[in-house]
Design a binder for this molecule. Sequence first.
Ligand code: NAD
Length: 475
Amino acid sequence: MSKNQNQTGVYSFFNCIEKNFDKAARFISIEKGLLEQIKACNAVYRMHFPVKIGKEIKVIEAYRVQHSHHKLPCKGGIRYSIKVNQDEVMTLAALMTYKCAIVDVPFGGAKGGIKVDPQTISAENIEKITRRYTSELINKNFIGPGIDVPAPDYGSGEREMSWIFDTFLSLRSGDVDALACVTGKPVSQGGVRGRKEATGLGVFYGIRELCHVKEDMYSVGLDVGLVGKKIIIQGLGNVGYHAATFFHEAGAIIIALAEREGAIYNEKGLNVSQVFLHLKNTGSILNFPEAKNIENTEKALELECDILIPAALENVIHKNNASRIKAKIVGEAANGPITPEADEILEKKGVIIVPDIYLNAGGVTVSYFEWLKNLSHVRYGRMEKKFSENMNAELLQVIETVCKKRISTEEKKIILRGAREIDLVRSGLEDTMINGFHKIRDIKKSSKIENMRTAAFVLAINKIIDSYEKLGIFP
Ligand code: NAD
């Protein structure tokens, strides 16, 4: 039994991260105490508060964990799920610390969790719970633009973020930076264009980058490029839906989609937007025309495919099903979808695992852009859009004069266009994901590390050590 396992030999979710951390620490020569400090959770706030639901008073259990204060503010989403527990929130907060370090986002890691099932509670009661949770955070100084900035996660979205902002503002009126207390807000309330799809788009950019590396593709017997690759996605929520849409648009074939109630399969490919429409109309992805139903949703993970994207919850690939996974690449869009035992089984099979601490960092990257927008009080592109359009027009005129040729109005429109907020956000995200991928790959090669996860942890830990050294706390 390893030191990361409990008495019964089972890894807790937090132990899984510690195990991954310890594997990476073997490649880093630094004082053990500093590594212990980086690994530890700095603050855990566990709360219980009453909320009147109907005629009854319900006691709600909730958490906010700040894993690392090496950079401030701390940053991380809030999960709304009946399965929320302290171990899970601590783990997700730790993942945020490493994620931010990998993509050069200057935040410490945090995470929140509210133990409720949003599917069985009315919007009115979710609002009551969210507002009360926010006021608890304010009372304990666990939220604020320079302290800790929540965001959406599993079970929460723009709606909840706007309630958090509104509650914060009502208790901190006059705070000129109040908008920056939470990200993932609707654009009409200080959100940034491109945040909603950011995590899914980041997953797409990361996998696309991998698929362009000849050496890696040949190692798993695949051709270079995304076009024609067969993909299975688990979870058609925020992350899964957007990732599926971008893969589909890029010419990959989505052969199966899995949700809670079951999965659907079509070898020739599923039209993602049509499936989403069907889900909205019928309340289920099952019985989608021209697709086969798979009643046991977990079985979808075991189908023959090139790329498997778990985008729902943790621990879905475990020691009991890992040997039956046939994918050549597993992209961890969800946090912690593969247990350490399954990780080892897949690695032995030669599967490339693109780890969560890199692959789903698109959300926090664009949250960073939103936070900067809120602090600067100006929309991206406002200052330079017209200027670039004028410059482009002048340049085009010179080219047309020199070449003695006029271009069409349609072509002109494309060339003259200045960058809008969405263009800048997406290009910033694309650049971040491409850079992150190559930094991890370079470390993997130069240190002869066996897999991307360990290399990603090495990159993250080294970055955090750098910031501690810059702070001068550990000379
Ligand atoms: P979401 O609530 O929008 O969607 C999750 C989806 O998974 C839902 O459609 C749900 O029905 C489905 N699901 C639940 N159990 C399932 C099961 N057993 N089988 C198949 N599907 C199931 O959540 P999300 O925001 O898309 O988050 C998904 C994952 O991505 C989580 O692990 C989250 O921590 C991670 N993540 C999210 C973000 C973000 O920006 N939202 C950022 C980074 C990581």
